[in-house]
Design a protein around this ligand. Structure first.
Ligand code: SF4
Ligand code: SF4
Length: 275
């Protein structure tokens, strides 16, 4: 059996596939025990959401190895408990730091990425519901405004299916210039206003040599862009995105709006209880 690959155009750092394809027959033909475990505990007949290296690079990694890694990181993620998003953000950062160090020792050039370099921040951004909750509370705690009006305008340029998942089709570039950037990009110095809690997709987005090709074309990455993808990050994110299959396709904009609605519902309940 093949591991399914995303068929969705990329957004913010690669192609997160909302794997709409269902293949119940093959889902039961287990490749190995890890695959069976994933199907019973995480997938429930759905396909995994593979990310980064696993869908963007030609590789010959056997399916068994991929299932083993998905199981390992799914178990780890679930064991981390309520702080799992922050813990995995840190793990991803550490892996990148470690890998870049090895690359440096082996003579590879460091990535072009630096503070103020932001062409990659002009496209739809995906995150999990738990990342959206983290970002929302971080913004409240640090008095960072969230421009919901801009988020709403941006969503009108994206196509969502009947389940509210982004289809990958977007007229993003048709928006007025001031609306094309991520709501968290500080336009004065082009820095990220939520750097500490930025989503996984932003953490792993690394480019070689230049930022010239980092702007996507209506959400589709420029084929001239040379991204740097580390397999371990791709395994971790594939496991997490598979676990958050129900929310990741809603994208950061919709998930933040959900957070706002939840907060206002809970305030209404509190007001009601006080009267
Ligand atoms: S991905 Fe591209 S635009 Fe983004 S920080 Fe790196 S080089 Fe700059
Ligand atoms: S969250 Fe930050 S790093 Fe990510 S797209 Fe927005 S501004 Fe850029």
């Amino acid at each position: 059996m093949k591991i399914y690959r995303s068929d969705r155009p990329g957004f913010s750092g690669g192609g997160k596939g909302k794997s709409a394809r269902k293949n119940p027959d093959s889902a039961k033909k287990y490749v190995n025990e890890a695959h069976e475990w994933m199907d019973k505990n995480i997938l429930h007949g759905k396909n995994p959401d593979l990310y980064g290296f696993l869908i963007l690079t030609e590789h010959s990694i056997p399916a068994e190895e991929i299932w083993d890694q998905l199981k390992l990181w799914s178990e780890q993620y679930n064991e981390f408990g309520e702080n799992r998003t922050r813990i995995c953000h840190r793990i991803i950062d550490k892996i990148i730091e470690y890998q870049l160090d090895i690359d440096r020792q082996e003579g590879y050039r460091p990535p072009y990425c630096r503070r103020g370099c932001s062409n990659c921040c002009f496209q739809p951004v995906a995150c999990t519901d738990e990342e959206a909750a983290l970002i929302y509370s971080y913004c409240i705690e640090n008095s960072i405004d969230i421009d919901f009006e801009k988020l709403n305008r941006q969503q009108k340029y994206m196509e969502f299916d009947s389940s509210g998942n982004f289809t990958g089709r977007t007229e993003w570039d048709g928006q007025p210039d001031e609306d094309r950037s991520c709501i968290f990009l500080n336009m004065d110095d082009r820095s990220c206003r939520i750097w500490e809690v930025r989503p996984f997709v932003c953490r792993v987005h690394l480019a070689e040599e230049t930022d010239e090709y980092c702007r996507s074309n209506n959400g589709i990455p420029d084929t001239r862009a040379k991204g740097i993808h580390y397999p371990e990050c791709s395994y971790i994110m594939s496991a997490i995105f598979t676990i958050h299959n129900d929310s990741i396709g809603k994208m950061m904009g919709r998930l933040l709006s959900d957070q706002k609605n939840k907060a206002s519902d809970s305030n209404t309940i509190k007001d009601y209880q006080q009267h």
